[in-house]
Design a protein around this ligand. Structure first.
Ligand code: ATP
Ligand code: MG
Length: 201
């Protein structure tokens, strides 16, 4: 780095349905923040997801507020409304363009789990995402961490502590009356209970 030159900001983007946000998401973001020396990780709850048409996704405002509650204690974690405020399905290219427009001075690191990175080639305008962000794929139990078919210089792989937690399982547990304590942050347990989320799915 040139002496006296300002260091470019390094911003992580963690996109997800977050229905609900759980400790697997938070550990993944925290690990990438530390390993990639990120100044900030922006959590971006999706609008109407295009790959999850098999169940009724909870309204964006609930998912947004649970994400705010879950991230509030970490000074490097923030939450963006860009995707829930945009109408129509969420495409990663649009998320990255909006975050880039808001933070034109920052290098962007898009964080996703091994299952999500495997679907990346199906994304809309995939060839246009590479210049906008560096991709960090984190390990996730039950999913091989590979990048076949993806440009090697655009994607990093990172092993993170294995947490076999999914939002699908959290929703299922709540609907069956099982606890989700310690799978999701305490405030999220209380939010789910207060708003009667996931009682019948
Ligand atoms: P669902 O079961 O509804 O698909 P999910 O648990 O997969 O929910 P998402 O909101 O779909 O959560 O995931 C957002 C991002 O977080 C994705 O990139 C996903 O791969 C990653 N992720 C989710 N859970 C974990 C986990 N336990 N470990 C590592 N990464 C995870
Ligand atoms: Mg998922």
């Amino acid at each position: 780095m040139v002496e006296g030159a300002a260091r470019r900001a390094r911003v992580g983007v963690m996109g997800g349905t977050f229905d609900p946000i759980h400790n697997g998401h938070l550990v993944a973001a925290s690990e990438v923040q530390q390993k990639f020396d990120l100044d900030e990780v922006i959590f971006v709850p999706t609008g109407m997801p295009w790959m999850k048409s098999d169940y009724a996704v909870t309204e964006g405002e609930h998912r947004y507020l649970m994400t705010v509650i879950a991230t509030a204690a970490n000074p490097r974690f923030t939450v963006s409304r860009v995707d829930i405020d945009r109408t129509g399905p969420t495409y990663t290219i649009d998320t990255l363009r909006d975050i880039h427009a808001a933070r034109p001075d920052a290098d962007i690191f898009f964080i996703s789990g091994a299952d999500a990175i495997a679907q990346i080639l199906e994304w809309k305008d995939v060839e246009q995402v590479w210049p906008l962000a560096h991709f960090v794929a984190v390990s996730r139990p039950g999913h091989p961490l590979t990048i076949s078919g993806l440009p090697e210089q655009g994607v990093s792989l990172l092993e993170v502590p294995a947490l076999a937690i999914s939002s699908t399982d959290c929703r299922s547990r709540v609907s069956r009356g099982f606890p989700v304590w310690y799978l999701v942050p305490d405030g999220v347990v209380q939010y789910i209970s207060k708003h009667h989320l996931y009682r019948s799915i």
